[in-house]
Design a binder for this molecule. Structure first.
Ligand SMILES: [Zn+2]
Length: 271
C-alpha cells in the first residue's frame, strides 16, 4: 500500500487532529444538526485508503475485501485460520505441539494483510483517536465468545520509559473501547512491565520467549481482582505469542480461573 495513505502530504497530522477535535466537539453540542455539519466539513473517508465512504469509522468495500479478516474454521486454541475445513473444536498442530499458557486467542485480522497492518501501525504511531474506536469495535465482535463470560479486561502495558516516549498505550485504548462494547470492566493497572524489552524483530521464537521472561509483574493490590476470575488480555498485535504468554503466566500464577487473549491483528504461520 502506498505511504501516501498514511498521512496526506503537506499536512501536519497533529494540527489536522486538533482542528478536527475542536470541530467534532462543537458538532457534538449541536446534536443531529452537528453530525450533518461534521459530514459536510469532514466527509467520511475509508479508514485505510481515504476514499469517500457512507459513514465515519468505516472501510470501503475494496479495502474490506482485502483486510484479511479471520473467520472460522480456525484453531480453537490459537485462533489461527485453517486453510481447509476441519471438524469443530479442532486445534492446530502448532497448538498441540507447543500449547500456549493462555486458553484461547482471537484476532480480527491477519497481520500479513497490508491493509490490516497499516491500521495497526497508524494506531500505534499516528491516528490513535481516529482508529482506537473502530478497531476496538471489531475486536469486541471477533472476541464475542471470550467476552460473554469474562470478568476483566487487562491490556498489555508498555514499559514506563516507552510510555513516556509515546504518551499512549494502544492496548489500553483498545481495551476501553472493547469494555464499552461488551460491558466487561478494564483494569489497565493490574500488570506492570518491569523489564524494558528491546524490539523483538529478527529474533527466533525461543529468543523472544527468553526475552519476555520476567517482563511483567502483577501489582500486589490488584491480586484480589484476578483470583478466580476469567481474564481477557488485550493487545494490538500478536507475533510469536511470547508477550501474551508471559503475561498470561503471571495472571495464572495469581490464580486467574482462565486467561484468554484478544488482539487486533496476528501473524499467521502456515504449518
Ligand atoms: Zn478503502
Amino acid at each position: 500500500m502506498p505511504n501516501s495513505t498514511v498521512a496526506r502530504a503537506g499536512e501536519n497530522p497533529d494540527a489536522r487532529r486538533s482542528k478536527r477535535g475542536l470541530i467534532e466537539r462543537a458538532a457534538g453540542l449541536l446534536g443531529g444538526f452537528g453530525a450533518r455539519l461534521l459530514d459536510v466539513v469532514y466527509p467520511p473517508i475509508c479508514l485505510v485508503c481515504r476514499r469517500a465512504v457512507a459513514s465515519h469509522g468505516a472501510v470501503c468495500p475494496r479495502c474490506w475485501g482485502e483486510m484479511g479478516f479471520i473467520e472460522r474454521p480456525y484453531c480453537e486454541r490459537l485462533g489461527t485460520p485453517f486453510d481447509r475445513e476441519f471438524s469443530p473444536g479442532m486445534i492446530s498442530l502448532e497448538a498441540a505441539a507447543d500449547p500456549p499458557a493462555f486458553s484461547r486467542a482471537r484476532a480480527v485480522a491477519r497481520y500479513d494483510s497490508d491493509r490490516a497492518r497499516s491500521l495497526a501501525h497508524r494506531l500505534k504511531y499516528y491516528d490513535r483517536s481516529e482508529l482506537a474506536d473502530p478497531l476496538g469495535r471489531w475486536m469486541a465482535r471477533a472476541g464475542a465468545e471470550l467476552l460473554c463470560d469474562a470478568d476483566l479486561l487487562v491490556p498489555i502495558p508498555l514499559h514506563r520509559t516507552r510510555l513516556i516516549a509515546r504518551r499512549f498505550n494502544q492496548s489500553a485504548a483498545l481495551a476501553h473501547v472493547i469494555s464499552r462494547e461488551s460491558a466487561v470492566p478494564v483494569e489497565a493497572r493490574a500488570l506492570e512491565r518491569v523489564k524494558p524489552t528491546p524490539p523483538q524483530v529478527g529474533l527466533t521464537r525461543g529468543q523472544r520467549a527468553a526475552n519476555m521472561q520476567g517482563a511483567f509483574r502483577l501489582r500486589e493490590e490488584k491480586k484480589p481482582l484476578i483470583e478466580g476470575r476469567n481474564i481477557v488480555l488485550v493487545d494490538d498485535v500478536l507475533t510469536s505469542g511470547a508477550t501474551v504468554n508471559a503475561a498470561a503466566r503471571v495472571l495464572l500464577r495469581a490464580r486467574a480461573a482462565r486467561v484468554d487473549v484478544l488482539v487486533y491483528a496476528r501473524v499467521v504461520v502456515q504449518s
